[in-house]
Design a protein around this ligand. Sequence first.
Ligand code: FPP
Length: 257
Amino acid sequence: MPSDATQPARVPRHLAVIMDGNGRWAERRRRPRVIGHRAGARAVQNCVDFCIEHGIGALTLFAFSSENWGRPEEEVGALMKLFLNALEREVDELHRRGVRIRFIGQRERFGDAIRARMDAAEATTRDNTVLHLSVAASYGGRWDIVNAARSLAEDVAAGRVKPDAIDEHAFASRIALSDLPPPDLFIRTGGDTRVSNFLLWQLAYTELWFTETLWPDVDAATLRQALDDYAMRERRFGLTGAQVSASFPPPPAGTDE
Ligand code: FPP
């Protein structure tokens, strides 16, 4: 992915999205919630198109949280069907367009059919470079951090890593998406202004943008608004405004910026 540390990036290299509001979109139309999720899946396609058109190299979508398993059985079942359909229908076209797909989260909680499709989608698209599309599914930011801590603890217990070699860089290398720059811009639709256990480590210096727009209504105009706002932000990474305007800061340790 292109990276130029001498100029503030005007277009985010990595966009992370909480796609909220599918249920309310359907309820406002007196339709079952699953209709909102279906409309949400169409908005995902628009968002992918937008990223490709605007040269955004990485897109990470929160599709299903660790906590979403607690939703009514009927809704979870409908979402699983939707994920399976999307995997069956969309992967070839995404591959053709150069999209690399991967899934982050507790894959073992999904059924065999979905897991097999996830594995196949990742294998088919692994060498693509136009857009890195990461789908967070059965994902939680705390789970991600605990996972990284466990993996380091195992290496310490086995004598492969010394405790004093554990620093932010070592930790970051065990966290999901460690091969990508951290998200530059986070978008949450649907009106709530929370991070809701999404990418807790990775969002440390991310610019946050919230909109009342419900996810199924998100279109290129909404996303352009987010990008315009992002382009006006001054990212200081803990430095002063004067330091930043003197020269765009080198990346602070552990942020990969
Ligand atoms: C949050 O809206 C949305 C979800 C829990 C599911 C997200 C799924 C999709 C957008 C569809 C398919 C995705 C892919 C990647 C193919 P909500 O149900 O919490 O809405 P509410 O806050 O209005 O109830």
